[in-house]
Design a protein around this ligand. Structure first.
Ligand code: HMG
Ligand code: MG
Length: 311
């Protein structure tokens, strides 16, 4: 199951959306906009800014139009700011706020689809179709997510062929990239490679991304396993922030700084400045009243503190 390792990896920063959506306290729009600015300054070129979902379902994203509007008023050069849109209503609101890239999000598990977006997998795909059509007409790029690609919080193990079927349908609808979500972080290198092998029979690997939550500490191992299969795009969240409100116990995405450390150690380019990223992880964690969760941020900060006491 081994392909040549990619020489370069694109990281999709999902902290401002996946990272913050599960925070109980409302985070001010100022903080969200500043977080996105700092992430761009650290070298991230794709930053998922917010989601145009129902504010009754996810109150934290209720300031979506304000956040996206302010970010797009002063965009960093060469940076894309995708937003989640579950249906046409969300797409129209995102477009009105200036979005140039959106993401539809489905699942490979029926129960998760119901809990997360209140419809079956088949119904969700029918809701996404007009979104992709309207996006094409407006020249807006569409990314597709598949959640629960190895495990579901309600159904347990998920069949790789089901993941492949949903991924292929999203691709056929016009999604330029399919992000494969291990929503509850229950995957391991073997289950992730089996899932990828099934998906890669129907979707070219160049159009796949790994989106691995780190609930059981397996996300970096799963990224390493996916690199060996040729996957060259990974979603990550600064400081390891986050979780899904409809997947109890799911912790954050893999921390962006952990992924950058892994990749740079393996000689794989990301274009991201690790020191600047760690500063951002420390800053947003302090804003949320905690220490950064990631191993790499803690190690870099400890090393800096030690250097400061010895000079
Ligand atoms: P619904 O209740 O079935 O929608 O929710 P509806 O069409 O029946 O409409 C009900 C009400 O919602 C109406 O308002 C609509 O106008 C409103 P009312 O008449 O009652 O006042 N509404 C909306 N409002 C704002 N924006 C919209 C919108 N659509 C309808 N877009 C819906 C369906 C999808 C809206 C709802 O279930 C929802 O918002 N779910 C959000 C789920 C979510 O954000 N989950 C987290 C993100 S996914 C994730 O984290 C996984 C991922 O990271 C990958 C991974 O880790 O696996 C991507
Ligand atoms: Mg997620």
């Amino acid at each position: 199951m081994s392909n040549p390792l990619p020489a370069r990896v694109r990281l999709v920063e999902v902290g401002p959306r996946d990272g913050l959506q599960n925070e109980k306290q409302l985070v001010p729009a100022d903080t969200k906009v500043e977080l996105i600015r700092r992430l761009a300054a650290a070298g991230l070129t794709t930053i998922e800014a917010t989601s145009f979902v129902s504010p009754k379902w996810v109150p934290q994203m209720g300031d979506n139009a304000e956040v996206l509007g302010r970010v797009l008023a002063a965009p960093a050069p060469g940076v894309d700011y995708p937003v989640l849109t579950p249906n046409l209503k969300g797409f129209e609101a995102a477009l009105a706020a200036g979005a140039r890239e959106v993401a539809v999000f489905g699942a490979a598990s029926e129960s998760f689809s119901q809990k997360n977006i209140n419809c079956s997998i088949a119904e969700s795909l029918e809701r996404f179709r007009p979104v992709t059509e309207a996006a094409r007409a407006a020249g807006v790029k569409v990314r597709g997510y598949v959640s629960c690609v190895v495990g579901c919080p309600y159904e347990g193990a998920v069949a790789p062929d089901k993941v492949a079927e949903v991924a292929e349908t999203l691709l056929a609808m016009g999604c330029y990239e399919i992000s494969l979500g291990d929503t509850i972080g229950s995957g391991n290198p073997l289950s992730v490679q089996r899932m990828l092998a099934a998906v890669m029979r129907r979707v070219p690997v160049a159009q796949l991304a790994g989106h691995y939550h780190d609930t059981y500490g397996m996300a970096l191992a799963n990224i390493h396993a996916s690199l060996q299969m040729g996957v060259a795009v990974y979603d990550a969240s600064v400081g390891g922030l986050g979780g899904c409100p409809y997947a109890a116990g799911a912790s954050g995405n893999v921390a962006t700084e952990d992924v950058v450390w892994l990749l740079s150690g393996m000689g794989i380019e990301t274009g991201i400045d690790l020191e600047c990223l760690v500063d951002t992880a420390a800053w947003i964690s302090a804003e949320l009243g905690r220490a950064p969760a990631s191993r790499v941020a803690r190690a870099v900060l400890a090393k800096r503190a030690m250097a400061a006491t010895t000079t």
